[in-house]
Design a protein around this ligand. Structure first.
Ligand code: ADP
Ligand code: MG
Length: 246
């Protein structure tokens, strides 16, 4: 059974239909990339998954149950969320950003330290960076911290909104690789929003293409790449967006 699914979800902001009858099931322990042009509803979809946005119609199911909007905390504990941009608290150090939720959850200090050590080892954050504030870290370092914060509570589901955007291509490659290492060590059900088809193909097992609030295509990467011709990722995305790919 899928730990996270959307059934016939629609969402309208004022008069704008941001999502239109979206149904998806995310595969357990796998990385699904949700990709599409700016404004197509990717962030709205991700926020629906943890109840930050309520649907007008349809149902979000997490861990086998419909989301209960008056009781989101228990479910959110099991979902890590990294918002678009790094979303780090500017007045907290890297360490406090990463450990904040565990502290609020009442974890003993020793357990927090141990989890922090694990995450540092996996994410290649240097210890001396922990006492810095976000503005004292590079974009790539901030994104690593954001990822560690999302993973602190060992969530079963990881929701990531363009986590590797806005950094230079070389650093991005490095962090993408690091993310795969993290995911291999802790295989969460991950939903990765991106507008970069190269990133989607590099990281994801399953790819969902969206346009204008609708799912245009939902396909396993191996199927997508099974075609006879080597296709440039951008050309592939364009052909899928106009419905020629499948
Ligand atoms: P994406 O992440 O793919 O760029 P979003 O989900 O952020 O797309 O937005 C989808 C559409 O909904 C856009 O047209 C956006 O302007 C609109 N939108 C998003 N959030 C709000 C909001 N809180 N109020 C009004 N319109 C919104
Ligand atoms: Mg967005």
């Amino acid at each position: 059974m899928s730990p996270l699914s959307l059934q016939s979800i629609s969402k309208t902001y004022q008069h704008l239909r941001a999502l239109d009858d979206v149904s998806l099931q995310f595969n357990e322990g796998r990385i699904t990339a949700v990709i599409g042009p700016s404004g197509c509803g990717k962030s709205t979809l991700l926020k629906l998954c943890n109840g930050l946005v309520n649907p007008d119609a349809g149902e979000v199911r997490a861990f086998g149950q419909p989301l209960e909007y008056n009781r989101l905390t228990p479910v959110r504990r099991r979902m890590g969320f990294a918002v678009q941009g790094t979303g780090l608290f500017p007045h907290l150090t890297a360490r406090d950003n990463i450990c904040l939720l565990a502290g609020l959850e009442g974890w003993p200090a020793g357990n927090i330290e141990q989890r922090l050590d694990e995450l540092l080892a996996l994410s290649q954050i240097q210890r001396e960076q922990l006492d810095r504030y976000p503005h004292q870290l590079s974009g790539g370092q901030q994104q690593r911290v954001g990822l560690c914060r999302a993973m602190m509570l060992r969530p079963e589901i990881l929701l990531l909104d363009e986590p590797f955007g806005a950094i230079d291509p070389i650093t991005r490659l490095d962090i993408q690789e690091q993310f795969l290492v993290l995911h291999r060590a802790e295989p969460t059900t991950a939903v990765l929003v991106t507008h970069d088809m190269r990133e989607a193909l590099r990281l994801a097992d399953h790819i969902v293409i969206m346009d204008s609030g609708r799912v245009v295509c939902s396909v396993d990467k191996v199927e997508l790449l099974a075609g006879p011709d080597a296709v440039d990722p951008d050309t592939l995305l364009q052909s899928l967006l106009v419905g020629q790919g499948q």
